[in-house]
Write a protein that binds this ligand. Structure first.
Ligand code: ZN
Ligand code: FE
Ligand code: FE
Ligand code: ZN
Length: 265
């Protein structure tokens, strides 16, 4: 059985479809456990600087929670998650927001390097202006800090920095090993996220060698399509299953009220 615990909704401004359509698609695929994990409001920006095309507005958050709660009445295997940006120095603010809602799980994402939104298609210039290995080091340092923050159950797309295909000519094994060790020591899950196949990276997040090291260090894995439309639910999961198997995973982590449980693959 597979699970898909990374879905967005139209509330974030860049996803489409009705929430019920995501669930219908999941049922047709026979997914065991599912979850919405829409983008948390941009708590780290002043309200006037927030982009309605990137994350839900603050007043939408209680409505999002209520909408998932309502759907859970008819869909017992649906969980309430959220995807939150990790910004060093803003941990306390994030903790306060998260504590105000009954989330089943929180996915932590590094989408910013020192204010640069490196996964935005219109902001690729810095990849050409900086040493790629330096950028990768800085990125993975933030991934490690996000894990160590203790705020998250799952670390999303843990090598998102490869999204646009900018890859340093270097062996990344040492960085992967260090990151896997930190994820294990922090007791967080690594997310296998198939959305990387839709971009120039042309690869699931994380890279096979990185996932194998996560397995070696005992980091549990969770699975997500990062669907921004109903037809993307469960996308490329045959390839995810193969990747997980090759890395040695036999089960997937799922969460209820921030407690981890497992589904056999
Ligand atoms: Zn999104
Ligand atoms: Fe993300
Ligand atoms: Fe996402
Ligand atoms: Zn994501």
């Amino acid at each position: 059985m597979l699970t898909d615990c990374h879905w967005h909704t139209a509330r974030c401004g860049h996803a489409a479809g009705e929430m019920g359509e995501y669930l219908e698609r999941a049922e047709s695929l026979g997914l065991a456990v599912t979850g919405f994990s829409d983008h948390l409001p941009q708590y780290f920006l002043a309200p006037s600087e927030r982009d309605p095309g990137l994350a839900m507005a603050e007043e939408e958050l209680p409505r999002y929670v209520a909408a998932v709660r309502e759907l859970q009445k008819s869909h017992p295997f649906l969980r309430l998650g959220v995807e939150a940006d990790y910004i060093p120095g803003r941990e306390k603010e994030l903790a306060d927001i998260l504590a105000a809602y009954p989330f089943d799980y929180v996915i932590g994402s590094v989408h910013y390097i020192d204010g640069w939104e490196f996964d935005h298609p219109d902001k690729k210039a810095p990849y050409r202006e900086h040493d790629l290995l330096d950028l990768y080091r800085r990125y993975f340092e933030l991934v490690a800090r996000s894990a160590q923050s203790g705020l998250f159950d799952v670390i999303a797309h843990p090598d998102l920095i490869k999204k646009f295909g900018f890859r340093p000519v270097a062996d990344l094994t040492g960085i992967y090993r260090e990151t896997a060790r930190t994820l294990a020591a922090s007791d967080v899950c690594v997310e296998v996220n198939t959305a990387g196949l839709a971009y120039p990276a042309m690869e699931i997040y994380p890279a096979p060698g990185f996932l194998t090291l996560c397995r070696e260090y005992g980091v549990p894995a969770s699975l997500g399509s990062d669907a921004h439309a109903p037809e993307q639910v469960g996308r490329w999961f045959d390839r995810a299953r193969e990747l997980l198997k090759k890395a040695g995973y036999t089960r997937l982590a799922v969460f209820k009220q921030r407690k981890r449980d497992y589904v056999e693959i």
